[in-house]
Design a protein around this ligand. Sequence first.
Ligand code: ADP
Length: 417
Amino acid sequence: MSTRSTPSNLDDEAFGIEELNAASLKEQLSIYRKFIDIFQELVSTFNLDTLLRRIIQVAKDLTHSEAASILLYDDLRQELHFSATTNINKEAQLHKIIVPKESLAGWVALNRETVIVEDVHQDQRWFTDVSKTVDFPTQSIIAVPMITQNKLIGVLEALNKQEGTFNDRDKECLKLLAAQAAVAIQNTRLFQQSDLISELVHELRTPLGSINTVAYLLQRPEISQSQRIEFARTIQSEADRLNRLTSNYLDFARLESGRIYYHTSIFRIESVIDECLEIIRPKAESQQIAITSQFAGNLPEIEADRDKIRQVILNLMSNAVKYNQVNGKIHIDVQTQTGEQIIIQIQDTGIGLSEDDTTHLFERFYRSKMAMKTAYGTGLGLSICKQIIEGHGGSIVVKSEVNVGSTFIVTLPIRLE
Ligand code: ADP
């Protein structure tokens, strides 16, 4: 009978009680206990970001590695997304897309097999762009697929063993963690979805209620032709609102679920702003709102998802028109700060916001009382803007005064480091 002081395979031998002396039995029990605690913690965390951060921390500790990462799999697009990593603090580096065929993690995802690589530079499957993305000198790696109910959730990786090389014990620990992590991630998504769905259903009730009432009134024999037309218009505008609400909500839910796709390129912000101005100008002119713009002369190109940034600017400009007054003004100002950030300010002379409004403004469905009286809206645009800008490592804030106007200030890093 052989005895071992360190377990080599946690799957059936090391986790079994055969052939164990008292010391290793004690170690096994302590590992079991640790896993039970981890599992309990994971299944009771319902915030995806917190959950992912906890999983990578545990993965790093369990395997005595320098770092750990999670790549979540998007089965619609068949892409992997960097979703959490212990060695990067900058949000902007996350959510980058990895094409499965061109990376080691992709190989693990496609083959659903665990891999240990001692020297990634000797491995064909290692994609150097990935190491550039994470800005971390990777030497060795252990990568495990996260699967639940036969559905691939993503890949869990531990990078650079602190001492020695990754062994079977690390492999079994990470496999066990990955299995539990997959269940916990799936649960969190379902939980989030049901939360979001009930919120959406709640929001759909108002326009549905108006359509119902007006449709009932339309059937009354005593109504005049002009009332008939007015009711039909109400139905149309409420249906438009339902349409906007559902598509905005879908957008928001995608961003919220962490499945964000930033297709980055390098471009000039001026061109994006000019495009948005062209779209907005006719609406502004119809309300006698004058738009002016000013760009600093030294604006550098920026690296970001052009379509998403355009969506944000268009939303802010369209709000500046929507919540403005007749004969009002809008001014767009773009500056750069130390050549590392650009600052876009969109200033209007509209209804403004109270201090209380500004604290809730970026929450989903929030609309100021004054806005509700002024124009139709869903209260989702700004929460989408915030998600997108923060996803790029930037920030969005507002300065406002009731009946004087508001200024939305977007700060974006020039490069996604
Ligand atoms: P929506 O315009 O569809 O209501 P948003 O999310 O874009 O949704 O905006 C949320 C709320 O923020 C608006 O309902 C309004 O109360 C306030 N708001 C946004 N932009 C402005 C602005 N330029 N001036 C005053 N209030 C604004």
